[in-house]
Design a protein around this ligand. Structure first.
Ligand SMILES: [Zn+2]
Length: 169
């Protein structure tokens, strides 16, 4: 099968993943590593969670206008969540508004993956591209960032294999 969530990872690692898939152990392997479900069930709680993390790590970034769960967001296609600086005309003034949209499937994902995606989106408040500076910032906020992003991709692969494709292409 094509590991579309895992493109760009080393072939040896992908061979291990295929081994787990062939033996039917991918989902349980991910679940064992990330047993804690997310406790964030609604957007009010999500907003508080994101603002708390922003206050801890990204105090100087502009305040967030909005944080939402988006049921139509495709996690990988939209680069693991999405980030936007929405410009709106307000009282004759052009104001940049910061929004963070989190794919709704994170409601049902392990807590570790919600934390990872929030770190990812907060890092975009300072770094637009997925470059070295961006990932350095992610790792500053979450030292295990790269492992978590890989494990999230494993989880998405497992979900898809179970027929729970979150959002169709
Ligand atoms: Zn991104």
């Amino acid at each position: 099968m094509k590991l579309r969530y895992l493109q760009g990872y080393p072939p040896g690692l992908l061979a291990q993943v295929e081994g787990l898939i062939d033996s039917g152990r991918l989902a349980e392997t991910v679940a064992r590593r990330h047993p804690q479900p997310s406790a964030i069930r609604n957007e009010r709680a999500l907003y508080d969670y994101v603002c708390e993390m922003k206050a801890r790590h990204m105090k100087s970034a502009p305040p967030l206008a909005k944080v939402v769960f988006d049921p139509k967001l495709h996690v990988v296609k939209n680069a693991l969540g999405t980030h936007s600086a929405v410009s709106r005309v307000q009282g004759g003034q052009l104001k940049a508004k910061r929004e963070i949209r989190i794919a709704a499937l994170f409601k049902d994902a392990p807590a570790d993956f919600l934390r990872m995606i929030v770190v990812h989106e907060l890092a975009h408040l300072k770094e637009r591209e997925h470059d070295k500076a961006f990932y350095a910032l992610c790792q500053h906020m979450e030292p295990d960032y790269h492992q978590l992003e890989f494990d999230l991709r494993l989880w998405l692969t497992a979900q898809e294999l179970q027929g729970k494709e979150p959002v169709a292409d």
